[in-house]
Design a protein around this ligand. Structure first.
Ligand SMILES: *Cc1c(COP(=O)(O)O)cnc(C)c1O
Length: 368
């Protein structure tokens, strides 16, 4: 890799990815996203907690899905595939469409009619995906994708594709590199449950490495520290809380509007092995957190992403996350993905004035 120029996560992490040496990376320079320390959240500072935001909305198509997609599409092309296929609540389709365009192959995406955010739909359309809008929800789409892939010559690029999780685990590597160690807690929104599983894989591999090399402090258990994994859901789509699938998931956070998570066992194992937990929050709480971050930290994430911080703040408040801890929250997608929700929930008034100096001056003085 060129020392000066970051060229994407396959170039950066090829040695820990199960790709053939001669496979050519299909990349948009994804990964290497900022880890932003919160400054202005009094309820966090008061407890001496360091709360970091892993800002995955700054990936090329605006969500963490790009980490998985670069690896999945690289492998699909290496295998000679001419088309990829996915079911999506929006971000997977946007990412699949972009990486397919980059690779010069076809993307077929199944999206739930009427429940996809405008930004995501715009991306899939602009990148030239074939968009199949189904009269059903994400879970229906997922079932159909699995059935059709048995018959048709296409690669599924949902997170049931193991290359997706392999790519997504690199976010854990970046965090450990940035902090010099794993955080105490990792908070993450859970929909199909691939991402929480991928982070756990990444943290676990790093702990093994440290254990094998003996380079860093090793805990009594013999493993270098891994974080406790905290998986947060929307109350209307919370199968991990009820312990069983949800037939009609409902939430404003459309990216996690999923009732039948595909990585059920992996996610359960991640939470259990890490002594973590699941929790769920109402749409009102999730939207309030989205606004809190935008207004107080200058960080705009989409509603599903705000679920991780909603959970962190709740569990800090209730003492479940102990004082003095280091906490990382994944912000999975960018706020611009869903402008409708943002504008609908904002109470900001537009002040209409004449196009003259006095009016501008008065408006500034009145609002200073
Ligand atoms: C895909 C997605 C999620 C959910 O991730 P899973 O791996 O399905 O649990 C959360 N937030 C955003 C913005 C997403 O795009």
């Amino acid at each position: 890799m060129d020392k000066e120029h970051y060229t994407g996560l396959i170039d950066r992490y090829r040695s820990i990815l199960p790709l053939a040496e001669d496979s050519q990376a299909i990349s948009l320079c994804e990964g290497n996203t900022p880890l932003v320390l919160c400054r202005n959240l009094e309820q966090v500072n008061r407890k001496g907690i360091k709360l970091y935001l892993k800002y995955e909305g700054l990936n090329p198509t605006g969500s963490f899905k790009d980490r998985g997609m670069t690896v999945a599409v690289t492998q699909a092309v290496y295998e000679g595939s001419r088309a990829i296929l996915c079911a999506s609540t929006g971000n997977t389709s946007a990412s699949a469409a972009a990486y397919a365009a980059r690779a010069g192959i076809r993307a077929f995406v199944l999206i739930p009619e009427g429940n996809i955010a405008m930004g995501k739909l715009a991306q899939a359309m602009m990148h030239g995906a074939i968009i199949l809008q189904i009269r059903g929800n994400f879970d229906d789409g997922m079932r159909l994708v699995k059935e059709v892939a048995e018959k048709a010559p296409v690669n599924i690029v949902n997170s049931i594709n193991p290359y997706r999780l392999q790519g997504q685990k690199t976010a854990a590597y970046e965090i450990v590199e940035a902090l010099g160690c794993a955080p105490d807690f990792h908070c993450i929104p859970v929909g199909n449950a691939g991402n929480i599983s991928a982070y756990w894989m990444g943290y676990s591999e790093l702990a093994e490495d440290v254990h094998n090399q003996g380079t860093r402090a090793v805990t009594a258990s013999g493993l270098a520290a891994r974080p406790r994994m905290l998986g947060y859901q929307a109350a209307g789509a919370a199968p991990f809380i009820s312990g069983k699938p949800v037939e009609k998931p409902e939430t404003v956070a459309t990216a996690i509007r999923i009732g039948h998570p595909q990585s059920w066992d992996l996610a359960q194992a991640a939470v259990k092995e890490s002594s973590g937990w699941f929790n769920a929050f109402s749409d009102e709480e999730i939207l309030a957190t989205q606004k809190l971050l935008t207004a107080n930290e200058g960080i705009f994430c989409e509603p599903a992403s705000a679920t991780s911080v909603t959970g962190a703040l709740h569990d800090i408040e209730h003492g479940k996350i102990s004082e003095g801890s280091t906490v990382v929250c994944t912000l999975t997608g960018h706020g611009l993905k869903d402008p409708d929700i943002a504008i609908r929930q904002s109470s900001t008034e537009l002040i209409n004035i004449d196009a003259e100096l006095d009016s501008v001056k008065r408006a500034i003085l009145e609002n200073l």
